[in-house]
Design a protein around this ligand. Structure first.
Ligand code: PLP
Length: 381
């Protein structure tokens, strides 16, 4: 326990339609899979939602005047990145934003590059849009996941139009360094590839130094053309409110953004806007307390993994996710072994990496302790 009730004392989510908790609802199983947290959102956010509810009218809503300026202020103060609020386009989710970029910036059969392992929609969305996903595996050293520059260069073809960057990276928790981002920008500029950078995890970098460098903040031609996707949903636990943003520097792309959704992408609900504005404006003290909890939880997982023969994990630099390599064990199916021990992880196969599991450590410490006991039990053979 850390003596911080906001992170120790959480509501019971069973029976609330929670995707995370419903998946194995009929079993006594701790779900540490999908990336939302078991913590309540901060009071400053809840108060803003209540105030919007008190207004009482919930008609069709586009960006309220405070939305883009709140994001711009947040990006400047947290990441030293100055954007023009006029370049912000609201989108009901980062996944919807990625899907839109495929349709907006590529033609059928064009290729979209991405680093694997990767958050599963990066793998499925190109195909759903009639485009091709080209996977470039990251390589692991003892202490870091790194870009394989030769493999990346070899993957580029005349059909390559986009690079979908996930930065910080889900599932490995890698925060790409400024030199790596510049090298990526050079390569993309050379081949006229547009970078779309999903920075949904940017506010959950565990150490301030060197911190997160937004791709589009680089002083580089490729950065000036890049689209950045952002949301308050991971950091302040607002995924169910469906409110995200794209920073789209090109005016004509902004005009074509909504039509590229093909009529399938809804407007954002007013409560999502109210929550996002409050989180960006007032959520930082809570975020800092959250990070202290997450750092401790990462240490707990690392110590447990180090004690289990055949498991290994490279320390995450960001996120509340631990990416664990189980290929050194003699357990044929790590997910089944975990489920049998009462633990529900994400399956590495969905991220393009069989033999790995991903654990979500954003839950009370006591729950994590029990989950780690079950992890030991799963591999104690
Ligand atoms: C890298 C990444 N992008 C996007 C999302 C989901 O974003 P949204 O819920 O806004 O569609 C997630 C959720 O885990 C994620 O990890």
């Amino acid at each position: 326990m850390f003596g911080d009730d906001d992170f120790d004392d959480c509501p019971d989510r069973r029976g609330t339609g929670s995707e995370k908790w419903d998946r194995w609802a009929e079993h006594d199983l701790l779900p540490l899979w999908v990336a939302d947290m078991d913590f309540r959102s901060p009071d400053v956010v809840l108060e803003a939602i209540r105030a919007r509810v008190d207004h009482g009218v919930f008609g069709y809503t586009h960006e309220p005047p405070g939305f883009a300026p709140a994001l711009a202020d947040h990006l400047r103060s947290q990441h030293g990145w100055s954007i023009d609020p006029a370049t912000v386009v609201a989108t009901p989710g980062v996944v919807a934003g990625l899907a839109i970029t495929a349709r907006l910036l590529t033609a059928p059969d064009d290729e979209i590059l991405t680093f694997t392992p990767i958050y599963p929609p990066f793998l499925s969305l190109p195909g759903l849009a009639g485009r091709r996903c080209v996977r470039v595996p990251l390589v692991s050293s003892a202490s870091a996941w790194q870009i394989d520059w030769d493999a990346l260069a070899a993957s580029i073809t005349p059909r390559t139009r986009l690079f979908w960057l996930c930065h910080p990276h889900n599932p490995t928790g890698t925060v790409f360094s400024r030199p790596d981002l510049i090298r990526l920008a050079d390569l993309c500029e050379q081949h006229r590839i547009t970078v779309v950078s999903d920075e949904i995890w940017a506010d959950l970098v565990l150490d301030d130094t060197p911190g997160h460098v937004p791709f589009a903040s680089l002083d580089h031609e490729a950065a000036r053309r890049a689209i950045t996707l952002l949301a308050p949903s991971k950091t302040w636990n607002l995924a169910g409110l469906g409110c995200a943003a794209a920073v789209v520097p090109d005016a004509s792309q902004r005009t074509r953004w909504r039509p590229a959704g093909g009529g399938l992408v809804p407007m954002i609900n007013p409560l999502g806007y109210a929550a996002a504005i409050a989180a960006w404006q007032h959520g930082d003290p809570w975020r800092r307390r959250l990070l202290a909890v997450l750092r401790r939880h990462h240490e707990l997982i690392a110590a447990t993994v180090a004690g289990i023969a055949g498991l290994s994990s490279i320390a995450s630099q960001a996120t509340y996710l631990a990416w664990i390599d189980c290929r050194g064990t003699d357990v044929a199916d790590p997910v089944t072994a975990c489920v049998q021990a009462g633990l529900g992880p994400s399956d590495g196969r969905e991220f393009g990496a069989p033999g790995f599991i991903r654990l979500n450590l954003a839950c009370p410490t006591a729950r994590l302790d029990e989950a780690l006991r079950r992890l030991q039990q799963a591999f104690a053979r």
